[in-house]
Design a protein. Structure first.
Length: 633
């Protein structure tokens, strides 16, 4: 095993070093496994008259390539029967781009929409808005979050900042659109008709007031918005300012393509000309998110550059690359430049807020998160003999500790944004995005960083003990943990186990042993591990029929942490990874193992099949050398 492992690690190190950009970053793909962002961009560009025909055509080419043999679109490869929301988005996007409804592929898609329940059965709030704003879905008679919510003070039982930051930057334009109810359709769009009671666009138009019946609506200025109440007019001003204050230097809203698309629609509803600098910059920001996926152009929802750079730099160092290697020094310089230096919305629930975190995207300057901060801190840890890195670590650690929730865990972006009242608001299909609670994956990864890189343990530090106790309370009955930002129970269990053990918890703790036994039970015959995105949707473990590199690496790394010597399951997992890394072997099937929005958005990281196997194999070698189970028993 020694020689095979050394060779496999060396191959990964060499491959990753070659992929580094000149600025020290790793600019790898972060791809929506589905088509939501592409379809939303097509509908925006065509309905607004923004002339980007080549871009529209290239996005539609990928959309068509993703259609399955039954006419549907899926948000992950093994989704049974197709996804109604995704299929409706793609059907209308293609029609807006000029594909005739009589085209056989469109007929098949239309039939599939009917078979899946029709438009009235769509349960994604984002899909409903994307379709309603282009006149293809009935606007609700009332939107559950009115603009007047923006006027309520923090002392109110329910206020805007009780929603997660991710929700707020989507809700602000949604609230404007839900109040104005535009219908930016085009003359050639054929109304959707089915036999399930869905309303056609003509029936919808009959229900609208005369001010809503024009194909390209002209809306009065904010001060004269006749459909809005006085309070809503004030809320409209507040919503507009909320968006404008959170536009990043690249023109996007909070770095998210979906939020930016909604913002452009909302600004159009407020009579901004499409040539307005804000809209032109936003479109340019969207174009900066384009990349090629298997030869087809697609739009990322954001970039993962800071995340990938931090993960890869740390993994390379764990694999033996010297901190003085030019690649590590260059990555460190890049990460220093992207440490946040100003306050953002996260400050609201922090007693003495000071900036110091890192964000996910290279254009993100105001929305740091826990996961990226611990990743960046791991990457620069070996460089802290230099004063700038020492200061960066101190600021990052201070920010990290200030963000611990009152329940002992850590959330993704903000502190104590988990109001039970918010869960009662009927935001259909958005329950998992409306709040930002403590999660096992983020809490576990934070404990792992603190335990391994600062020496803090649960024995001597109260906040470490509270975090460990929160993790024990969050464990599932079968011994696993749910992971919010990766797929899914393998991810959460890996993060929780490695975090608890790094924080000083005994590997003989009953709950740690129970988690280890769960991992051993789910190992696949080929030695690897594979979990379906369906787990994230139904909230229980659903296996894949095949193994993935990233999920195998997570499971292996957890088993390495939880055992004092190699066991056969580890050896089989190592063998799976090393076979996959053999230069003559075909790579296992690519599968989205990043989670965005349960049941709706899953992502494929180009980095994951490389960085996680490297980290797991390096940790195995670092702990056991090249020893195998048979040689130590």
């Amino acid at each position: 095993m020694d020689q095979r492992m050394d060779l496999g690690i060396a191959r990964l190190v060499h491959h990753l070093l070659r992929k580094q950009s000149h600025d020290g970053s790793w600019r790898l793909h972060f791809i929506d496994g589905g088509t939501t962002t592409d379809a939303a961009a097509v509908m925006l560009l065509t309905s607004s008259g923004i002339q980007k025909p080549a871009l529209v055509a290239s996005l539609c080419y990928r959309i068509l390539a993703k259609q399955d043999s039954e006419g549907a679109w899926r948000v992950y490869p093994d989704e049974e029967g197709g996804n109604l929301a995704a299929t409706a988005e793609c059907y209308f996007a293609l029609q807006f781009a000029g594909l005739s409804p009589s085209d056989p592929r469109m007929k098949q898609a239309r039939d599939r929409i009917v078979e899946l329940g029709g438009l009235s059965r769509i349960n994604s709030l984002l899909t409903k808005f994307l379709l309603a704003v282009v006149g293809q879905y009935e606007w609700p008679r009332w939107f559950p979050v009115p603009l007047s919510l923006l006027l309520l003070p923090p002392s109110s039982p329910l206020h805007f900042h009780q929603f997660s930051g991710y929700a707020r930057v989507h809700m602000a334009p949604m609230m404007l659109l839900g109040s104005v109810k535009p219908a930016f359709s085009l003359p050639h769009i054929e109304p959707f008709r089915s036999h399930d009671g869905d309303m056609s666009i003509h029936q919808l138009a009959e229900q609208r007031n005369s001010w809503q019946q024009h194909i390209h609506m002209r809306i009065p200025s904010i001060t004269g918005l006749s459909p809005l109440t006085a309070l809503n007019k004030q809320g409209a001003v507040r919503a507009q300012q909320y968006m404008l204050d959170r536009i990043e230097p690249d023109g996007t809203l909070y770095c998210y393509a979906t939020a930016t698309i909604l913002m452009i629609h909302a600004l159009r509803a407020l009579e901004f000309d499409i040539r307005h600098p804000i809209i032109m910059n936003a479109v340019a920001g969207l174009e900066s998110l384009l990349l090629r996926d298997n030869g087809q152009q697609t739009m990322q929802n954001t970039t993962s550059t800071v995340w990938d750079t931090a993960l890869i730099s740390h993994a390379l160092q764990d694999a033996g690359v010297s901190p003085n290697h030019p690649s590590i020094r260059s990555a460190g310089t890049y990460l220093l430049k992207h440490q946040h230096a100003k306050l953002g919305d996260w400050k609201l629930n922090v007693e003495h807020p000071l900036p110091g975190g890192w964000g996910f995207s290279d254009s993100n300057t105001i929305n740091p998160d826990i996961d990226d901060t611990t990743a960046a801190l791991r990457a620069i840890d070996s460089l802290t003999h230099d004063a700038p890195y020492l200061k960066a670590r101190e600021l990052g650690l201070q920010w990290l500790l200030s963000m611990q929730n009152s329940d002992g865990g850590w959330a993704a972006f903000e502190r104590n944004v988990n109001s039970r009242i918010v869960s009662w608001v009927p935001l259909e299909g958005a329950e998992d995005a409306a709040t930002d609670p403590s999660t096992p994956d983020l809490t576990g990864r934070t404990l792992e960083y603190l335990g391994k890189h600062t020496g803090l343990t649960t024995t001597h530090h109260h906040f470490m003990r509270r975090a460990a106790d929160w993790l024990y309370r969050a464990q599932q009955a079968d011994g696993s943990w749910y992971g919010r930002w990766g797929v899914c129970y393998i991810y959460g269990t890996w993060a929780a186990l490695t975090g608890l053990i790094a924080a000083g918890e005994s590997t003989n703790h009953p709950q740690i042993r129970k988690a280890t036994e769960w991992l051993l039970r789910i190992q696949l015959p080929d030695g690897g591990f594979g979990e379906s995105c369906r787990s994230d949707h139904v909230k229980r473990y659903v296996p894949l029929t095949y193994s993935t590199l990233s999920q195998t690496a997570w499971a292996l790394d957890a088993l390495v942490a939880a055992n004092d010597r190699p066991i056969p399951a580890m050896e089989r997992a190592c063998d799976f990874l090393l076979r996959a890394l053999d230069s003559d072997a075909p790579l296992p099937r690519m599968y989205p193992t990043g989670a965005g929005l349960p049941g709706y958005i899953y992502t494929r990281y180009e980095s994951y099949p490389l960085v996680w196997p490297l980290l797991a194999l390096a940790n195995y070698r670092g702990k056991f050398g090249g020893s195998t189970a048979s040689s130590t028993t």
